[in-house]
Design a binder for this molecule. Structure first.
Ligand SMILES: [Zn+2]
Length: 449
């Protein structure tokens, strides 16, 4: 978890001496660790706060076709997982955000405004400016802003700027709390959120807003959603270089297996995989999160990796814990280290590597280095004669193993192959450059070995 504090003053520079100037504080937190919202020092969303009774409208911008209506912002519920468009409000892809506003019905002393979001990538962080207005000006129009005008030119007063981005990967749960420790952030009837996209080079960078709370000063304290009992396991490598968490909330029965098998496998193999796959300026994630999810949330797959989070199908792991489970974890850790998505959208000529490279390298490391004794990717002579080197997974792993055994003079072929894929420059020519033979020549030799 990471916290960052931003201090913003609402006082105009000319009126520093004026009385009762509010000191507005914005606190942002990011959490990756849980299948439920969990923040160091920002409370869970409120259910019966002032936002729930307000009239909400989109003042500028186009919501995404898959977005939920604005009512998800004040329903006191959080999304069931990190990529749930129907439980979040968000603006359309490729657009520069927009504005939403609320009429609270009357001026209230606002103690705090909290916003919550959750997504695996650039739709997780929050970047917005919060404005307020009271109802003293009869000409003020809260639910429209003329084209090309800024809110502050239309009678809105800027309260705070929120930017929850950090130098970590953007994904996870983000919460931002705007408050004034000395009292209220101000007395307002209307609030407006001018929302920006979180990255300019990614069309999918409009935040998935899950919940917005507006807490009045006189509130005794709103009712808040309650977290389920969370179970997790934390450990690090012996040298403290890498840190791991395993969220066991959905599968407490897998705690003994996680301690006796998963933990030692991860402690030994994650640093090994990192050392196997270096490239220029690349730093592998220092913190990796595992989480068990119920089988029905996994869309039929045993495991998948996104960024530095590895999701594990609890039903499958219960079934396979004495057989395939540990090997599947090794495979997914290779995806975390590959980080082929980390440069998405950056660089005009960036090529995505083909699926058989993406999956062949993890299966090579799994079947030929981690568990060679299982012979899991061995091909019979007959199967080999008909095999396609780009058939992905075990077959491609078998091909990669053969090339490494026969054409890797300096022992750097695997790392160079991975580096090309990671940095968006992999092509069929990579094979010719690294071995002197074309991809198809190698495939023929492999089939006829
Ligand atoms: Zn995979």
């Amino acid at each position: 978890m990471k916290s960052l504090l931003l201090f913003l003053s609402t006082v105009c520079t000319a009126s520093l001496a004026s009385v009762a100037s509010a000191e507005v504080v914005v606190r942002c937190q990011q959490s990756h660790e849980s299948s439920f919202f969990q923040f160091d020092s920002i409370p869970l969303p409120a259910i019966d706060d002032a936002a729930a009774g307000g009239n909400w409208q989109i003042v500028r911008g186009k919501p995404d076709n898959n977005s939920a209506p604005l009512s998800v912002l004040y329903d006191g519920k959080i999304p069931s997982n990190e990529d749930s468009p129907r439980e979040n409000f968000f603006f359309a892809p490729g657009t520069a955000g927009g504005c939403i506003a609320v009429d609270l019905g009357r001026s209230i002393d606002i103690a705090q405004v909290a916003t919550y979001s959750w997504h695996p990538a650039n739709r997780a962080p929050q970047v917005y400016t919060l404005y307020g207005a009271d109802d003293s000006d009869p000409k003020f129009s809260w639910n429209q802003i003329a084209e090309n005008r800024r809110p502050d030119q239309e009678g809105w007063k800027s309260i705070a700027h929120v930017d929850s981005r950090t130098d970590e990967l953007p994904g996870g749960q983000h919460a931002a709390l705007t408050s004034d420790p000395t009292g209220a952030i101000g007395k307002y009837r209307y609030l407006l959120f001018e929302i920006d996209q979180t990255a300019n080079d990614d069309p999918f960078a409009n935040t998935f807003f899950s919940e917005i709370d507006i807490v009045a000063r006189q509130d005794a304290g709103p009712k808040r959603i309650e977290a389920p009992e969370l179970r997790s396991l934390r450990f690090s490598t012996a040298d403290e270089s890498y840190h791991f968490t395993v969220d066991l909330t959905a599968a407490p029965e897998l705690e003994p297996w996680s301690q006796s098998v998963l933990q030692p496998t991860v402690q030994l193999w994650y640093p090994k995989i990192v050392a196997m796959l270096p490239s220029e300026d690349f730093v592998a994630p220092k913190t990796v999160r595992f989480r068990f999810l119920p089988g029905e949330k996994m869309e039929g797959v045993p495991a998948y990796a996104r960024g530095a989070t590895i999701s594990l199908n609890a039903s499958w792991f219960n079934r396979e814990k004495k057989r395939e489970a540990a090997g599947a974890v090794v495979h997914e850790m290779v995806h975390v280290v590959q980080a082929y998505q980390s440069g998405r959208g950056r660089g005009q000529n960036r090529q995505s590597p083909p699926g058989w490279i993406v999956e062949g390298i993890p299966d090579y490391i799994r079947w030929f280095l981690y568990e060679p004794q299982s012979q899991g990717a061995t091909l019979s002579r007959n199967a080999l004669a008909k095999a396609k080197h780009d058939a992905s997974y075990r077959v491609s792993a078998n091909f990669i193993d053969w090339v490494l055994r026969t054409h890797d003079d300096d022992g750097k072929l695997l790392q160079q192959l991975n580096a090309d894929a990671r940095h968006g420059r992999y092509s069929s020519d990579t094979w010719k450059r690294l071995t002197g033979k074309t991809e198809l020549e190698l495939a023929d030799l492999w089939r006829n070995q």
